[in-house]
Design a binder for this molecule. Structure first.
Ligand code: GLN
Length: 560
């Protein structure tokens, strides 16, 4: 890549990241870290994930199994890796950045039904592979210098084959110097022999080659650094230069990964493979190293409790956890997150137990399980002046508990949990508008809200017009708004037409804020989201201002 006047400059470059040996090696974080490094070299970077499963998108998947559904501004329900991408490259992505086998096939089949293939036999090659390549190309056409494409799953999976074939063809289509293949593998350490083993890497590369792809770079995940001798061996056996064997040793935090990979030369070798002059694009990692230094120089610890229903799978709340951490960094605090099963509140986790937290979050969720425990949590947080942030469902339970215990509407509920409640304080929009068709679809993606100028949330945001991402069907029921306001719960943020309540807060409480949106999708490591920032600030006050935690023997004996 020479100069901006040069044609080659305008050529978008593509990096394909595949994985081998095992899942969960951190492909998403490796891709995100590379994205950060290339962006720190002044390149415009965008990213995308190709998922080999048959679901059209992860929207219908159980978060307890698959992890969080990450929502983009344009309402895409996407893989949680997009959250890493956004947080690392600091760009808002669109639904174009996530494609699945299901989405590819449904498009191909729709085209076939329309007759677009003009009587041809529709096949995996070329029709499915063309559809995959088309999506990658369209992303490239949006103006990025580099598109990083992560392929979900591991080479050798049955479902991954069309994707591997498509990215193999991509180098032919885009030109040799415009495509770089990065392969992530595991180099396990075998304690009995005291050795790191390269065989799984060799097998994985062999598998990739059998599909026609010779990796340019091999990133080796390991719990100890890979020695030069081992790098030489991998280089020889897998036919990549030694400099292209990158040791990705377990990092103390995910934020250290870009720095580690840079020290190993990953971004340099990617640039060289793609004909991008590194000298013309010197790296400036100052902003990122500032984040890393904050991560490692915290002065205090805070205990934050997350009371939800998918707590056995913390990835189900990945962005919530990251947002808590980001806010912690800004306040010089390490945040110890305790995941609490809402079904066990208050029986196992009572008020005494919860009061030992510096802050509490009830995150989003669907379905009835654990609801009463969340409502009890909201009551405890309100009564004990415990900082509380309610996210979507977490706001619903706040509203229900306030209706029951302050407004005296004992039967108050959301129609999601009780369709015949006499006080539907949370309901489908259709219910509220007396529309007959109750088939409420989800409100998805970014929506604006207007905040009351004198509200806590407006102070936190530093503005009265905000935009947040949504993913829900049920809403605060406008019919009860006046009653809530009269009894002290402020509907402090509303949709521009004034009909939908987007934020609630309780003046006088140290922090009792709920939002209909999902603020966790917009937090960044160096720019915590204002609501998480507010919660953590209140948690710091609580940790500093109150007596040391005294938890009774009884509460302590609870085994989580
Ligand atoms: N289940 C609730 C709804 O559909 C809340 C959803 C959520 O928390 N994202 O409205």
């Amino acid at each position: 890549m020479k100069s901006r006047g040069d044609l080659t400059w305008r050529m978008t470059k593509f990096v394909f990241v595949t994985g081998g040996v095992s899942s969960s090696l951190g492909k998403g974080l490796t891709a995100s870290s590379l994205g950060r490094l290339l962006k720190s070299r002044g390149l415009r970077v965008t990213m995308c994930k190709l998922d080999p499963y048959i679901n059209v998108d992860p929207g219908t998947m159980n978060p307890g199994e698959h992890g969080e559904v990450f929502v983009t501004d344009d309402g895409g329900e996407t893989d949680l890796d997009l959250g890493h991408y956004e947080r690392f490259i600091d760009e808002s992505l669109s639904k174009m950045s996530n494609t699945t086998t299901g989405a590819i096939y449904s498009n191909v089949i729709a085209k076939e039904r329309r007759g677009d293939y003009l009587g041809k036999t529709v096949q995996v090659i070329p029709h499915v592979t063309d559809e995959i390549k088309d999506r990658i190309r369209r992303l490239g056409a949006l103006g990025a210098d580099v598109v990083i494409v992560e392929i979900g799953g591991t080479v050798g999976d049955i479902e991954i084959v069309p994707f591997i074939e498509a990215i193999r063809q991509y180098r032919r289509d885009a030109g040799k110097n415009n495509v770089c293949y990065v392969h992530l593998t595991l180099v396990p350490y075998l304690a009995p022999s005291g050795e790191q083993k390269t065989k799984p890497t060799q097998h994985s590369v062999t598998e990739l080659r059998s599909r026609g792809i010779q990796p340019d770079i091999i990133v080796c995940r390991s719990d100890q650094p890979i020695s030069d001798t081992l790098k030489r061996k991998i280089s020889l056996l897998c036919d990549v230069p030694i400099a292209a064997v990158i040791s990705a040793v377990d990092a103390p935090s995910i934020y250290d990964i870009p720095v580690t990979l840079h020290e190993e030369g990953l971004d340099r070798i990617v640039c060289e493979t793609l004909d991008i002059e590194v000298d013309e694009h010197p790296i400036d990692l100052a902003a990122w190293t500032e984040v890393v230094s904050r991560v490692h120089s915290t002065r205090r610890r805070l205990r934050i409790g997350v009371i939800g229903k998918y707590v056995s799978m913390p990835d189900a709340y990945l962005s919530v956890a990251e947002s808590i951490r980001h806010a912690g960094f800004a306040h010089g605090a390490t945040t110890d997150i305790e995941w609490i099963d809402a079904e066990r509140v208050p029986s196992d986790y009572n008020a005494e137990y919860l009061r030992a937290f510096d802050g509490i979050i009830v995150p989003g969720g669907f379905g009835e399980r654990g609801i009463e425990g969340m409502i009890a949590t909201a009551t405890i947080a309100r009564e004990l002046e415990l900082p509380y942030l309610g996210i979507c469902l977490g706001m619903h339970v706040q509203v229900i508990e306030y209706a029951r215990n302050v407004l005296g509407l004992l039967d108050a509920n959301s129609t999601e949990f009780n369709t015949s409640t006499s006080a539907p304080v949370i309901a489908l929009m259709a219910d509220q508008l007396d529309v007959l068709d109750k088939g409420g679809t989800m409100r998805l993606g970014a929506y604006p809200a207007m905040l009351k100028a004198d509200s806590i949330v407006a102070q936190l945001y530093g503005t009265t017009v905000v935009s947040e991402r949504h993913r829900h069907r049920y809403e605060f029921n406008d019919r009860y708004r006046e009653q809530f306001e009269l009894h002290g719960l402020s509907c402090c943020g509303n949709s521009p037409d004034g009909r939908l309540v987007e934020f609630v807060e309780l003046p006088g409480h140290p922090f009792y804020v709920g939002t209909q949106a999902h603020p966790e999708f917009k937090s960044r490591p160096d720019r915590p989201h204002p609501l998480f920032d507010g919660l953590v600030a209140a948690a710091v006050n609580r940790a500093e201002g109150r007596e040391p935690h005294i938890i009774s023997e009884e509460a302590l004996s609870v085994s989580p």
